[in-house]
Design a protein around this ligand. Structure first.
Ligand SMILES: NC(=O)C1=CN([C@@H]2O[C@H](COP(=O)(O)OP(=O)(O)OC[C@H]3O[C@@H](n4cnc5c(N)ncnc54)[C@H](O)[C@@H]3O)[C@@H](O)[C@H]2O)C=CC1
Ligand SMILES: O=C(O)C(=O)COP(=O)(O)O
Length: 532
C-alpha cells in the first residue's frame, strides 16, 4: 500500500529523504493557512509538524485519511491528542532529539542576561558606546535554581556546573538518585525561590506550573534574581514581568517561549522592557537538532504506517483498547486509583506495588500501564498514555512490583496500590461497581466507601465526638459544600480515617483552617478533576 505525507512548518529536508527511501510520497508546504490546511489535509495519510501548525479538532475533522501526526520535536501542546485519539489518529513525537540544543540555548541565555550581551550589542551597532551601563555579573559561585530536572533541566545542570555554579532544583517527581548523579540538591519550591540567583524553568506548562512566578509570590524570591524561560510561555506570568523588574524583585528576564507565538501586541509591549531579552523560540533551532528530529520522526512514522513499530507514539494502545468493552472499566479504575495514589504519596516516592485480585487480574499488564498513566500524568511533559507509561516510568527509575492475588472475599475485583513504609497512607484499594461506579473501598485496613471523582479531602483523626462537626463547620464557614463522606474505623474510640468529597476545587488557604483543627492529622487534598 502506498502512503502520502504532508510536511508542514520548517522541518529539515532529511525527513523527505527518509520517506522517499521508504517509498512514501511527500508533499512539502510550509505556509498553509488554516482554511487551506482544512482542504489539503484530506489527501494525506500523515502530516509532520513543528510548533507553528495547530492541529485542532476542527482540522482533524476534515482529515479523512489521516493515520498519523508526527511532531518533529518534543512539545505536543499544538496537537489536540484527545481529538486525534478519538479519530483513531496516532500522534508521535521525538522526545530527546532537541534536548542538547535547548539546553545549550538556555545556557547561552543565562550568560547573555548576566552580561547584558543583547542590549550592549544593540547599543554598539547603533553607533553608541556605554561600558558603565552594561556592567554585568559573574555566574561563578552563584546559585542556579532549576525547576523541572528532566532531560533538558539535567543537561543545563551539567553545563552550568562547569561554569562554577551551585545547582539546586525543584522537581517533586525527580528521583533522589538522578539528582545525586547530577550533583544537584533537591529543594522545596519556596526554598529554591529564596536561594536562586538565576532561576530557569524546564517543565511543561500545566495547571501547576502556570504562573509559577508572579507578583503574588514575588516576596519569596531572592532579591535581584535573573529569570530564564526556554520551556513554555506563561510559566512566569508574562504580564507581571515588567513590574517584577521595576520593583526590584528581578534583575532581568530571558525568554525563548511565549504564551502566544508570534507574540501579540500586548506581549510585544512587555518585551520592550530594557531588562528583558528575548529570542523567537530558538531552543531547538540548530542544524543538528533539526536533522535529528526530522530523521527520527520520518523513520517512526514510516514504521507506524507499515505497522512495524509504534516507537514514540503517544496514544497508540489506547486506540485499540477503546474498542474492548471488557477491559474498559478496569482501565478507568486503575488510572483514577493511580492519580489518587500519587497525590497521597510522599514527594520523590519512586517505589510502588500494585496488586490485582479477582477477574481484573487477567488484564494486569495493561492495568499497570493505566495506573502508571494516572501517576505520571501529574508530572511528565509529553502526553502519557498506555503505550508510553512504562517507558516514562523506566526513564524515571521507578520501581514497580506487580502481584496477582486469587479471589477476594468481598469484591469481584480489587486493585490495591501499596505506597510503602514512609507514606502516611500505605495501602489503597478500589473496585468498580456496575459499569462505571469507581470507588475506594479500603485504606490501610479501614473500610471506606468513596467515589473516585471530583475533589476529595482525606485525613486521619482521633475517633471522638465533635471531630466531624468541627471539620464540617470550618468548611461551611468557607462556603465549601460537602457532597458525601465516609468514615472508616476499626472499633469504637480507635483511630479513624475520614474522606469527604467536596463540591469545588480547594486551594491552600481554604485547607489551612481544616489542617489546624485539633485531632486532624495527615490531611491530604486529592483532585480528580485535572490530569486524572
Ligand atoms: N524552547 C524550545 O525550543 C524547546 C522547549 N522545550 C520544552 O522544554 C520543556 C522540558 O522538556 P524536557 O526536559 O524534554 O521534558 P522532561 O519531561 O524530560 O522534563 C520535564 C520535567 O519537569 C518536571 N515537572 C513536571 N511538573 C513539575 C512541577 N509542577 N514542578 C516542578 N517540576 C515539574 C518533571 O518531573 C520532569 O522531570 C517542555 O515544556 C518542552 O516542551 C523542549 C524542546 C525545545
Ligand atoms: O520541541 C519542542 O517542544 C519545542 O518547543 C521546539 O519547537 P520547534 O520545533 O522549534 O517549533
Amino acid at each position: 500500500m502506498s502512503f502520502s505525507i504532508l510536511i508542514l512548518d520548517n522541518v529539515d529536508p532529511l525527513a523527505e529523504k527518509v520517506f522517499e527511501e521508504r517509498g512514501i510520497k511527500v508533499t512539502r508546504n510550509h505556509n498553509l493557512s488554516g482554511e487551506e490546511l482544512h482542504r489539503e489535509i484530506k489527501k494525506y495519510d500523515g502530516i509532520v509538524v513543528r510548533s507553528s501548525t495547530t492541529v485542532s479538532p476542527e482540522i482533524l475533522q476534515s482529515a479523512e485519511k489521516l493515520k498519523v501526526v508526527g511532531r518533529a520535536g518534543v512539545g505536543v501542546d499544538n496537537i489536540d491528542i484527545e481529538a486525534a485519539t478519538a479519530r483513531g489518529v496516532l500522534v508521535m513525537n521525538t522526545p530527546d532529539g532537541n534536548t542538547v540544543s535547548t539546553a545549550e540555548h538556555t545556557c547561552g541565555m543565562i550568560l547573555a542576561i548576566a552580561r547584558n550581551i543583547p542590549q550592549s550589542v544593540q547599543k554598539v551597532k547603533s553607533g553608541g558606546w556605554d561600558r558603565k551601563k552594561y556592567m554585568g555579573t559573574e555566574v561563578h559561585n552563584k546559585t542556579l535554581g532549576i525547576i523541572g530536572l528532566g532531560k533538558i533541566g539535567g543537561e543545563v545542570a551539567k553545563r552550568m556546573k562547569k561554569f562554577g555554579m551551585n545547582i539546586k532544583a525543584y522537581d517533586p517527581f525527580a528521583s533522589v538518585e538522578k539528582a545525586d548523579s547530577l550533583n544537584v540538591e533537591l529543594l522545596e519550591l519556596d526554598e529554591l525561590l529564596g536561594v536562586a540567583d538565576f532561576l530557569t524553568v524546564h517543565t511543561p506548562l500545566t495547571e501547576k506550573t502556570k504562573g509559577l512566578v508572579s507578583m503574588d509570590n514575588a516576596d519569596k524570591l531572592k532579591k535581584g534574581v535573573f529569570l530564564i524561560n526556554c520551556a513554555r510561555g506563561g510559566i512566569y506570568k508574562e504580564e507581571d514581568l515588567p513590574r517584577l523588574i521595576d520593583e526590584g524583585y528581578v534583575a532581568g528576564v530571558a525568554v525563548d517561549a511565549y504564551s502566544t507565538e508570534p507574540p501579540n501586541a500586548g506581549l510585544y509591549e512587555i518585551l520592550e522592557h530594557p531588562n528583558i531579552i528575548c529570542t523567537p523560540h530558538l531552543g531547538a533551532s540548530t542544524e543538528e537538532a533539526q536533522e535529528k528530529v526530522a530523521e527520527q520522526i520520518a523513520y517512526q512514522m514510516s514504521d507506524a504506517l507499515e505497522q512495524k513499530s509504534f516507537k514514540g507514539s503517544l496514544n497508540g494502545k489506547s486506540i485499540s483498547l477503546t474498542t474492548n468493552k471488557e477491559v474498559q472499566p478496569y482501565l478507568e479504575l486503575a488510572q483514577r486509583l493511580g492519580s489518587v495514589a500519587i497525590q497521597l504519596a510522599p514527594e520523590h516516592a519512586n517505589e510502588f506495588s500494585f496488586e490485582y485480585s479477582g477477574a481484573c487480574s487477567r488484564f494486569s499488564d495493561v492495568l499497570t500501564d493505566s495506573i502508571l498513566k494516572g501517576i505520571l500524568s501529574h508530572h511528565v511533559s509529553e502526553a502519557v498514555n498506555l503505550i508510553n507509561a512504562r517507558h516514562y516510568a523506566d526513564e524515571r527509575g521507578m520501581k514497580i512490583k506487580e502481584t496477582k492475588a486469587g479471589e477476594t472475599k468481598t469484591f469481584n475485583d480489587l486493585i490495591t496500590i501499596r505506597l510503602g513504609e514512609g507514606a502516611e497512607y500505605q495501602n489503597i484499594s478500589a473496585t468498580v461497581f456496575g459499569e462505571n461506579d469507581y470507588r475506594i473501598v479500603e485504606i490501610d485496613g479501614y473500610g471506606i466507601e468513596l467515589r473516585l471523582e471530583g475533589d476529595i479531602v482525606m485525613y486521619q483523626n482521633v475517633d471522638k465526638p465533635g471531630m466531624l462537626a468541627g471539620v464540617s463547620s470550618t468548611m461551611a464557614e468557607q462556603g465549601i459544600n460537602i457532597g458525601s463522606l465516609s468514615l472508616g474505623r476499626t472499633g469504637k474510640g480507635s483511630n479513624a480515617i475520614t474522606a469527604i468529597s467536596v463540591d469545588k476545587p480547594l486551594d491552600e488557604e481554604e485547607l489551612e483552617p481544616i489542617i489546624g483543627i485539633d485531632g486532624v492529622n495527615a490531611l491530604k487534598y486529592i483532585s480528580l478533576t485535572n490530569g486524572k
